[in-house]
Write a protein that binds this ligand. Sequence first.
Ligand SMILES: [Zn+2]
Length: 261
Amino acid sequence: MIIDTHAHLNYADRYGDEAALMRDLKESGIDKVIDVGWDYDSSAYAAAQAERYDFLYFAAGFHPSNLGKYKDGDFDKTAALLASRKGVAVGEIGLDYHYENTDKPAQKRAFAAQMELAYTLKLPFIVHSRDAAADTLDILKQNRRFLAYGAVMHCFSGSEETAKEYLRLGLYISFAGPVTFRNARRVDEVAKIIPSDRILAETDSPYLAPEPFRGTLNTPKNVVKIYEKLALLRGETMETLSDQIYKNAHTLFKKLNETGK
Ligand SMILES: [Zn+2]
């Protein structure tokens, strides 16, 4: 079974004919996809898509680089979206210090508040962390109680030591396209040491297409390339690894067990 645990199919204009894209994904043998929001509108759109397509599930939340659009009351509206049977997680949330003029205190507040929202809703959450490993770890440790329903480090690209810290906190580690890149030595080493019951895989479509499609529009179909590379690195068969990841995803994101339209 094949799942893409993190993609953004919720761009109305990025993939061309939406119905054709969804048909193609199903015909390509993609069993489930988690469609992830980055602000209220994208989360609401992902929720609507999950209603329309049986293999889609969604996460709702505010990405740290999209807090400019945040309005009072948006957390309540996000919670209302997640009441849907296909709303599997709060996300993506976290810290992104990549851009200049980043409002770090605002990002930290929104991250902690959304961890609490996940806890209140009894849901896991999806963490985005870029150029902010130390602060991400601090906030997770300070708010440990909100980790009761689990969390995942999405598109992990940090060091082995950082991965071990997240593992100690009980988090899952998810790998995306960069693990297939030729200069990916560091992330390759990390992929080898993640315990079988804590590893996940994702495309982060439309970004970060894996080799050999690097530089093109990414879609969940390409998640197979990430499974292949992870299986190679870990000395496992593709089938063993993909079944394990499918099981892990259903353990963390419990509402993935909801079926039907
Ligand atoms: Zn993402």
